[in-house]
Design a protein around this ligand. Structure first.
Ligand SMILES: NC(=O)c1ccc[n+]([C@@H]2O[C@H](COP(=O)([O-])OP(=O)(O)OC[C@H]3O[C@@H](n4cnc5c(N)ncnc54)[C@H](OP(=O)(O)O)[C@@H]3O)[C@@H](O)[C@H]2O)c1
Length: 293
């Protein structure tokens, strides 16, 4: 296959590119800076600049663009950037993909779509939440409307917490736990919709050819509470995790993002399972062992 990627310089993108290359697939990587090789090409999603010929004849697009939601405190400017860095690239890829006849657009989104949901089981039929991140996810998914109208099969990756040793949540929690400072966040009762990075990448590749359209919960089959997650991580790192970080302390450190951290979703991967996808890491213990071992 010839796959065009966007936002692929990050955590999931780098793993995806490695995986696609090892499968013998051709990649065109859209980059926002100067191209570093023959398989990279420049685009400027904030100014609508994308050469359509880059998409002509491609078998699919995978779009992973977006600034990190937890990278900075959520002031007004950063809230805008969280939204525009997702909506602008999605819109441009959707319109250009439809115009050039690309068969499938696999577009990032997040389980934040559902907002904080306690211990309710949530599959892809769940309603959108009302939080800031939920609103961003709604706009992000709607940004691909032109592709759907143009006959492109669009998949929205409602990704949970991806566990990989090199980036994201796991290295931060591992460091804290190794320093004997591990503990539950808030009440610890909120659900962590984790998925191993291996399964997330395999599922993206699967969705490029599977007969699936619309939202897909990119989460493992056995979500756990924050307290259970904390205990299992401590167990695998041979550290106690006795502490409790109250919500107000989280708010001091990360601001409004604290609401999302103590909220959580018990998301179930109904669409993935129904499409025949088989998880390599079905339990948290297996996922952590594979990344930390
Ligand atoms: N990792 C997770 O646990 C998780 C959970 C839920 C949702 N997601 C979503 O999945 C996608 C990929 O996640 P990731 O962990 O790989 O993220 P990441 O490591 O932060 O990579 C995101 C990529 O987005 C691009 N980007 C950064 N700033 C941008 C901007 N202002 N405008 C347009 N593009 C920008 C960059 O790629 P270029 O420099 O190559 O353009 C960057 O490498 C993101 O949209 C993220 O929100 C991830």
């Amino acid at each position: 296959m010839h796959i065009v990627t966007a936002g692929a310089s990050g955590f999931l993108g780098q793993r995806l590119i490695k995986r696609l290359r090892s499968g013998g697939h051709r990649i065109t990587q859209l980059v926002r800076s100067n191209p570093q090789g023959a398989d990279q090409a420049t685009w400027d999603p904030d100014h609508g600049v994308l050469d359509p010929s880059l998409l002509e004849g491609a078998d699919g697009i995978v779009n992973l663009c977006g600034v990190g939601v937890g990278d900075k405190r959520w002031n007004g400017a950063y809230r805008d950037l969280i939204r525009t860095s997702r909506v602008n690239p999605s819109k441009l890829l959707a319109t250009t993909g439809a115009r050039t006849g690309v068969p499938v657009l696999v577009n990032a989104s997040g389980v934040g779509y559902y907002g904080p949901r306690g211990d309710e089981f949530i599959d892809e039929t769940g309603n959108a939440g009302t939080s800031f991140l939920a609103g961003v996810c709604v706009d992000w998914e709607r940004a691909t409307d032109a592709a759907e109208k143009g006959g492109v099969r669009v998949v929205h990756l409602r990704t949970g917490l991806v566990l990989g040793k090199e980036a994201g949540l796991l290295p931060q929690l591992t460091l804290i736990t190794k320093l004997f400072a591990g503990g539950k966040l808030g009440s610890g009762k909120q659900y962590y919709p984790w998925i191993s990075a291996t399964d997330h990448i395999d599922a993206m590749v699967h969705l490029l050819t599977a007969d699936v359209a619309g939202p897909v919960n990119m989460t493992g089959p056995a979500p756990v509470t924050n307290a259970e997650f904390t205990r299992e991580l401590g167990h695998q790192l041979h550290r106690p995790t006795p502490w409790k970080v109250p919500k107000f302390a989280l708010q001091l450190v990360v601001g409004d993002f604290a609401e999302e951290i103590v909220g959580g979703q018990r998301a179930i991967p109904e669409a993935l399972t129904a499409s025949g996808f088989v998880f390599t890491h079905a339990t948290l213990s297996e996922a952590l062992h594979s990344e930390l071992g």
